[in-house]
Design a binder for this molecule. Structure first.
Ligand SMILES: Nc1ncnc2c1ncn2[C@@H]1O[C@H](COP(=O)(O)OP(=O)(O)OP(=O)(O)O)[C@@H](O)[C@H]1O
Ligand SMILES: [Mg+2]
Length: 232
């Protein structure tokens, strides 16, 4: 995979490529609740975007609509063919298999058409486990794992599918800053090595400001800001 320590000074990024996803005037209604109100948004290959907004602003609804997990009530999302551009989600409720161990959950990401062989997958798995400090907890069943460990496993499971795009909904909600930083460093490395594109939703604007990336801010279902984090 990569040597994490050699690459730790993350002042570089993959260059931004062509448009991958386009949301055109999308709105989503749940009964009387208008969760999204006429959002336009473009995501380009190689971008790392932080999607911020207070609870209820519409971040989850937006990510699900963007990823094709939810149909907009009006407007449309133009997204690439999933066979060409593979998108992995990390849902807010994680969707892990509770009765399986952490390792068993991770093994579900192994796709022989993506890896040269199983050894290469195992190396990636162990490298991520080491960086995130979970290598001695892989035998634990998910139902016995704490919230932080579950989030790390969901994060690893998504990355081990080797996605082109990662849509992560509050991936660090149960983690402290140091662990959030480790995840961010890993995403940066995948961005540089594999051109990974990321949308990372968080209600924690201050956290997003500590990392480098484009910030997109939502308020009451609207997208009200897109740009550098220091101007908001
Ligand atoms: N399945 C649903 N049925 C009805 N209302 C919903 C549903 N999902 C979301 N909503 C409503 O849509 C609005 C946006 O919710 P959403 O979950 O997208 O916000 P969020 O920014 O992700 O919030 P949080 O930070 O708490 O995760 C809220 O008013 C919410 O109550
Ligand atoms: Mg949410």
């Amino acid at each position: 995979m990569f040597d994490f320590h050699k690459n730790q000074a993350m002042n570089f990024r993959a260059s931004v490529g062509p448009k991958l996803f386009g949301a055109e005037n999308i709105s989503v209604k749940f009964g009387q609740t208008q969760a999204l109100k006429g959002i336009d948004f473009n995501l380009h290959q190689g971008e790392i975007v932080f999607l911020t907004g207070v609870s209820g602003a519409g971040k989850t609804t937006f990510l699900k609509t963007l990823g094709g997990f939810l149909e907009p009530t009006s407007g449309r999302v133009v997204r690439p063919n999933p066979r060409k551009v593979f998108t992995a989600p990390i849902f807010q409720d994680l969707k892990l298999f509770e009765n399986q161990t952490c390792e068993q959950n991770l093994l579900s990401s192994f796709d022989p058409s993506v890896y040269k062989n199983r050894k290469e997958f195992d190396q990636d798995l162990m490298e991520l486990a080491r960086i995130l400090g979970v290598n001695n907890r892989l035998d634990l069943k998910i139902k016995n794992a704490n919230g932080g460990l579950k989030q790390k496993i969901a994060f690893m499971r998504a990355l081990l599918t080797r996605p082109d795009v990662l849509l992560a909904d509050e991936p660090t909600a149960a983690l402290d800053f140091e662990n959030a930083r480790k995840m961010f460093d890993i995403l940066n490395l995948y961005n540089v090595k594999q051109g990974l594109t990321v949308v990372w939703a968080t209600h924690n604007k201050e956290l997003a400001k500590k990392f480098t990336g484009r910030m997109v801010h939502m308020d009451k279902g609207k997208l009200i800001y897109s740009g550098h984090a220091c101007f908001i």
